[in-house]
Design a binder for this molecule. Sequence first.
Ligand SMILES: Nc1nc2c(c(=O)[nH]1)N[C@H]1C(S)=C(S)[C@@H](COP(=O)(O)O)O[C@H]1N2
Ligand SMILES: [Mo]
Length: 372
Amino acid sequence: MANDESLSRAHHPILHPGTRELTEGGFSREEVALANRNSGTLLEMLRHDVTPPGLHYLLIHFDVPYVPSAADWALDIGGLVERPLKLTLDELKRCPQRTLCVTLECAGNGRAAITPRSPSQPWHTEAVGTAEWTGTPLKALLERAGMVAGARDVVFHASDRGFDCGVEHDYARSLTPEQALGDDVLLAWAMNGAALLPQHGFPLRLLVPGWYGMASVKWLNRIEVIDRQFDGFQQVGTYMYRKTADEQGVPVTTMRVRSLMVPPGIPDWYTRRRLIEPGRVELFGRAWSGQGVPIAKVEVAAAGHWREARLDPVPDRYAWRGCHFEWHATPGEHELMCRATDAKGETQPIEQRFDRGGFGNNAVHRVQVTVR
Ligand SMILES: Nc1nc2c(c(=O)[nH]1)N[C@H]1C(S)=C(S)[C@@H](COP(=O)(O)O)O[C@H]1N2
Ligand SMILES: [Mo]
């Protein structure tokens, strides 16, 4: 598979063919079709520490592979290793296991707000969810296989295949040996205590806590250690921060600090504008950052004046943190905003920054409300 891909790539003059013409205005049929396939979470579900089953967002580039059972399935670990391994799901489940509560966000979350935008999955803000993932730490298996000197990248190959920007490929991503040997990288077979659902990667997925979702390869079937930098489409053709079509760009990796509010009051069905009664309103939100960096502060603005929210106790390292805010609503039209700052001092920008692929938009969350 890797070979077909390098072959077709050879016809491309640049290593990053992941470019479509930018667009503005209403969504295309293609964008709406993608939005119907790839559901986001419901912002009112941010209340739950762990996103209820079925409400975690989904991002599926191609088709969900048909894997009726794991009976004929096995994971291969090969390439530049001393002892190639082939492991069934039962064998993986007998390895030491860990459960981590992890907030996962799609790197394209917020793409729809960027103008002009890249025609792709048109997320507003809903591509985020938190789950308890159980699996075996990748590190132990890589140590068992024994990476040999000269190992440069660890490639995670999946069984879903398709085209993007004219390049045919299996979904695949890589980590450097150092990243792959991180303590918290899991080969996960369970989500919230149950076998992975087909749409979340059954029977096995990679889970890279603290990174944007694209790194957590679903339907994983092969891990290959290679002696060069991996140049698969999902590694260099897309998931690069770029301002222009002809720059190489900077790889998209860990999540940027972000917060979202549960929209208060009740919605208008069609516009989803919020309607609330005047007086004391309890606002609730969630904040998270990448790489397990804790959230230090969340601020909420009503009428442009920022005040600090009260934070829930520090959660698990990779899970979002709850925050509360009391607002005295007065009749009229209002815009509420929330903004998180992490322990490294990174904070959310007021306006979205432009990115050609629509990646990494972590601008403050705005909610329009009418107080009656
Ligand atoms: N094999 C494979 N893995 C994949 C994808 C995919 O399309 N194919 N999508 C990635 C992207 S972009 C994201 S954001 C996450 C989404 O994971 P979820 O659907 O379980 O929330 O899976 C990642 N892993
Ligand atoms: Mo994503």
